[in-house]
Design a protein around this ligand. Structure first.
Ligand SMILES: C[S@@+](CC[C@H](N)C(=O)[O-])C[C@H]1O[C@@H](n2cnc3c(N)ncnc32)[C@H](O)[C@@H]1O
Length: 252
């Protein structure tokens, strides 16, 4: 199984991408959603890094995530702030809600965790079905992943109790035909010099061409597609941009 975000992976995510951390995305999504009165869905909500500031801005956001560990962090952050969003354990592939949303938002390239084009296309259709007529889908893609440096990398974090968490990542495969990379992510928790637990995640990401995604969105039925580089709304992406954002609508 890939992209599990288990106990140690979620702990690292929460230490590294804590509430209050932004890649420019939190401000961007808050601005794009300003004045949105209807309910908003954040699939793959994670620890709530994006969700919490959107709720604090007065937006009505619900979230789901495949990882119970990630949802545990999200619930705790919300409870500390007396925020009570509807959160549930669901997946991109099978999520379902009765209601239809004013907007669906997916920051941090989470859609790239879907390895197969056909499945991603199905998920984009599922998003469309969950939007109200005229509703918006906004999401990010990171364009450089397929070609990025593949050297092994080690990072570490001190936990809340003074233990040490390490992450050793090593890309083991880049498939230029499937447009995917697979990395081994080895998480280790150390206490007083002893290894307490470890976890190995197989982390798969799919790389998308900008035109490829635009065509896929059109084929799924989206209209008024705006593609932006580096969180500059309406500015076409160009070489060197770190992030590309798509905003598109379900037809009225
Ligand atoms: C990079 S984190 C993003 C978290 C949060 N949205 C943020 O902006 O910080 C990716 C999240 O996707 C979730 N995820 C991975 N595969 C998933 C799937 N198939 N369905 C739903 N969530 C999934 C992981 O559990 C993880 O919380």
């Amino acid at each position: 199984m890939n992209n599990i975000y288990g106990k140690l992976a979620s702990h690292v995510y929460n230490l590294d991408k804590y509430i209050g951390k932004s890649f420019g995305d939190v401000e961007y999504y808050r601005e794009r959603l300003k004045g949105c009165l209807g309910s908003i869905l954040e699939p793959a909500v994670g620890n709530g890094r994006a969700l919490v500031p959107l709720l604090e801005a007065g937006l009505d956001v619900k979230g789901f995530d495949a990882s119970q560990d990630m949802l545990g962090y999200c619930l705790a952050h919300c409870a500390e702030r007396s925020l009570t969003p509807a959160l549930s354990q669901q997946t991109f592939e099978a999520f379902a809600y009765e209601e239809r949303f004013e907007a669906i938002v997916i920051p941090t390239g989470s859609l790239q965790l879907i390895a197969k084009h056909a499945m991603a296309a199905e998920i984009l259709s599922r998003f469309l079905d969950h939007l109200r007529p005229g509703g918006r889908l906004i999401f990010d893609l990171y364009p450089h992943d397929l070609f990025a440096d593949s050297l092994p990398n080690i990072r570490s974090w001190q936990t809340e109790t003074g233990d040490l968490l390490t992450l050793t990542s090593q890309r083991v495969k880049a498939d230029l035909i499937a447009q995917t990379t697979v990395s081994h992510l080895r998480y280790e928790l150390w206490s007083e010099g002893r290894l307490v637990s470890s976890e190995l995640e197989f982390f798969t990401m799919r790389w998308w061409g900008v035109e490829e995604m635009t065509l896929t969105l059109r084929a799924a039925g989206y209209v008024d597609i705006v593609v932006s580089g580096n969180y500059d709304f309406g500015r076409a992406p160009r070489h060197g941009d770190e992030v590309v954002t798509f905003e598109c609508h379900r037809p009225q």
